[in-house]
Design a protein around this ligand. Sequence first.
Ligand code: AMP
Ligand code: GLY
Length: 422
Amino acid sequence: MRVLLVGGGGREHTLAWKLSRSRQLKQLYIAPGNPGTVQLGANVKIKDNDIVGLVRFAQEKKIDLVAVGPEDPLAAGLVDALSDVGIRAFGPTAAATAIEADKAFAKKIMHSSSIPTAEGRTFDNFRDARAYIASRDSAVVVKATGLAKGKGVFVCDEPSDGILAAEKIMVDRVFGDAGNHVLVEEKLIGQEASILAFVDGHNIYVMESAQDHKPIGDGDTGPNTGGMGAYSPAPIVTEKLISQIEREILVPLVDGMNRNDTPYKGVLYAGLMLTAGGPKVLEFNARFGDPETQPILMRMKGDLLEIMTAVCDGTLDKIDLSWDPRPAVCVVMASGGYPGDYEKGKVITGIEDAEKNPDVKVFQAGTKTQDDKLITNGGRVLGVTAMGANISEAQSRAYEAVKMINFEGAYYRKDIAEKAMK
Ligand code: AMP
Ligand code: GLY
């Protein structure tokens, strides 16, 4: 099969790596890809939000399947545009991507499908949001309802901070139109877990669990990021809990999307808080998580291209997958200053040494080549991922690899996967 993978981050390097191992793969293109994907296929200079350019390329190259990594092209209707010209596309339509791109829509579907989630209210103006937050005497979570690269959520222990957050979103408009509405939620308490599932419109295949580390600082301190590291499996997510999540969350969501005439196909990512009262949804994403994909796909045995095809064709019930029982840990190395301002262009060394260990893979995200050198080109630069006989071995292997890699100002959390060992 001829495949076009859309995106250029750490998730896409991981997807390209896994797709490149498929027996069905004849040719892999990645648009735009990154220096990590160069070794796995042909990078194509088309931006991931250039819908017209991507469709034209897919037609020209007679692509059999387009796999869409990031949320922006999904929300912009790439899958719809490809389907219109008869090209198989892995991912939800624009209307179904609203489950991620519009948190107010997601809340509505959750309510009408009785899916457990934080209580919340949506506002279209700052005055009403402020009055509501001020009337609450407990912690609040304030969210821009649109797409904000994982940074549009503010967990505020004091209502006064919640008002500042709403002001930032609605008055200062730091996320642009993504902040036209805010969602104000109760703060849920518990451990978080990410559950990703393949969905073909009706059938659901739940992947192995993972846990992300969203805040920038050790001990979950500081502002939220796109994700600073992840591990799989999350020991807190038992078989019994998985069944409960499937029964109470995933199945009702897929049914609710069908009732709403926005059938869901692709990867459904449920960000959950495991509260004393059971699992509750923090958010849905319409795609693979980044960096959860790195440890999850390291552990997946089976042909990703076959699965993606089954998702597109509605034959997921025919697919059987198995998983490497060994845990995997991914530590994200970021540019100093991220998620705020940071410098680019720092030379990266040591990846080859780190990858000498066959249980280590370094997935590239914000990188670029210049004069034959690999340099930093983004906030999250690398996802250093390792497998081990147990979580502690995977963790120490990942950190050993991290120590072999250098670039000026490199920052990483020192406590990734610590929670899994408690
Ligand atoms: P989201 O992008 O909606 O998943 O939010 C990003 C992060 O903010 C989550 O991973 C949680 O750590 C935190 N968060 C979001 N909503 C809540 C909530 N209702 N209660 C507590 N923490 C939350
Ligand atoms: N790691 C969180 C996300 O992909 O949204």
